[in-house]
Design a protein around this ligand. Structure first.
Ligand code: ZN
Ligand code: ZN
Length: 402
């Protein structure tokens, strides 16, 4: 070391793309990543890593550096989604109704190649790298891995992970401090009225009119209940009521998500869910309705550590050197279970842009036509390797001589 990371990534780019296309062709739903996990496990064993399984299809590879130091965890997710692929790609999913529509095929292959490059240079590594291939990100398996002891043996000092993003152009990288992905809370709200004839509304309690009030007034949370600097997205995704034009139904069922770029449950003065319920109960009282409110809590916000983010940004500066690529700010209201790891130790979740309208890779995540600009894969590998070296060895790689 310093070895030429860019050249080595370039040499391995064909293998990288072949791995990604193979995973793309054979997507597996969360907790069913048996084929994917088997390939990853064999690959890591072939690199001479200590390999173990966790939570069924989770694979952990430990690379021991030649010199003592800290332990850095790198994480990639492996699961696909229950979507029928509509890309028409030659390597489109061969499994009906299942598709890699979030880019996790790319994450898995990038981390395999990063493991290869780092293992080739293990003698000069100061410390260890724990490669964690996680199952079922879409349903929050990270917490199960934390509970199963992923942060121990050896204990992890810092964690890094990445997501390919079609919300960002190819050639862009983002590793901001602070909140970068949202806390997601799902609600199910039933408004109960009193059914009747639409000709005699005074004898009924119309929950449809009441629902209109609830839907509109809840939006005041975003503009009047919180500082404009606190990002919140409150969106109804489902509303069901009634059977005929001349019948007042006895209930309305609503579902939606309340997302925020902070950890609402840690901030009692800002406790979003109390505000939500106060408004619901007030509107219901005004309309003589009763209500039932159920919450399902998903993962907290992803809040990046300032120091680790600075290390990734410094690595990114090396990665973009001599290219037109850029480091940009990026924050999204999508949720991510990576926060479970970065709540345990300092961590950063960074983004690599893969949108390219000319290659039709600018569809949103979870869309049947979702695809990535594969040029982003090499950028992702280079970032994994360079960030790991910056963290463990404190060396600045690929810097042109001054
Ligand atoms: Zn996703
Ligand atoms: Zn994802």
């Amino acid at each position: 070391m310093p070895f030429d990371i860019k050249t080595r990534v370039k040499e391995l780019e064909d293998e990288l793309i072949a791995l990604r296309r193979d995973f793309h062709m054979h997507p597996e739903l969360g907790m069913e990543e048996h084929r994917t996990a088997g390939i990853v496990e064999d690959y890591l064993k072939g690199l001479g890593l200590e390999v173990s399984r966790m939570c069924g299809t989770g694979v952990i590879g430990l690379l021991k550096g030649g010199q003592p130091g800290k332990t850095l965890m790198l994480r990639a997710d492996m699961d696909a989604l229950p979507i029928q692929e509509a890309t028409g790609l030659e390597f489109a999913s061969k499994t009906p109704g299942v598709m890699h529509a979030c880019g996790h095929d790319g994450h898995t292959s990038m981390m395999m190649i990063a493991a290869k490059i780092l293992s080739e240079n293990r003698e000069s590594l100061k410390g260890d790298v724990k490669f964690v291939f996680q199952p079922n990100e879409e349903n929050g398996c990270a917490l199960d891995m934390v509970e199963a002891g992923v942060m121990q043996n050896p204990s992890v000092d810092a964690v890094m992970g990445t997501h390919l993003m079609t919300g960002m152009r190819i050639g862009t990288i983002s590793a901001d401090d602070g909140p970068v992905m949202a806390e997601a809370n799902v609600f199910r709200l039933t408004l109960k009225g009193l059914g009747g004839h639409t000709a005699v509304p005074e004898d009924a309690v119309d929950p449809i009119l009441g629902a209109a009030g609830v839907i509109q007034q809840l939006q005041a949370i975003q503009t009047r209940e919180l500082s404009p600097h606190k990002a919140v997205a409150l969106v109804f995704g489902s509303i069901h009521a009634g059977t005929a034009a001349n019948i007042i139904p006895d209930k309305v069922e609503l579902q939606g998500t309340l997302r925020c770029l902070f950890n609402s449950k840690k901030e009692p003065g800002e406790y979003l869910l109390d505000r939500f319920e106060r408004i619901v109960s007030g509107i219901c009282a005004a309309h003589r309705m009763e209500y039932q409110l159920e919450w399902t809590f998903h993962d907290p916000a992803v809040i990046n550590d300032a120091e680790i983010s600075a290390i990734v940004r410094s690595a990114a500066t090396d990665v973009i050197a001599g290219t037109d690529n850029k480091i940009v700010p990026y924050v999204t209201m999508i949720g991510e279970d990576f926060c479970r790891f970065s709540q345990e130790v300092p961590g950063t979740f960074y983004f690599v842009g893969v949108a390219n309208p000319e290659k039709k890779t600018d569809f949103p995540h979870h869309h049947p036509s979702f695809d990535i600009d594969e040029d982003g894969l090499a950028i992702g590998v280079e970032l994994h390797v360079t960030s790991a070296l910056h963290y463990l060895n404190g060396q600045l790689q690929n810097r042109p001589a001054e």
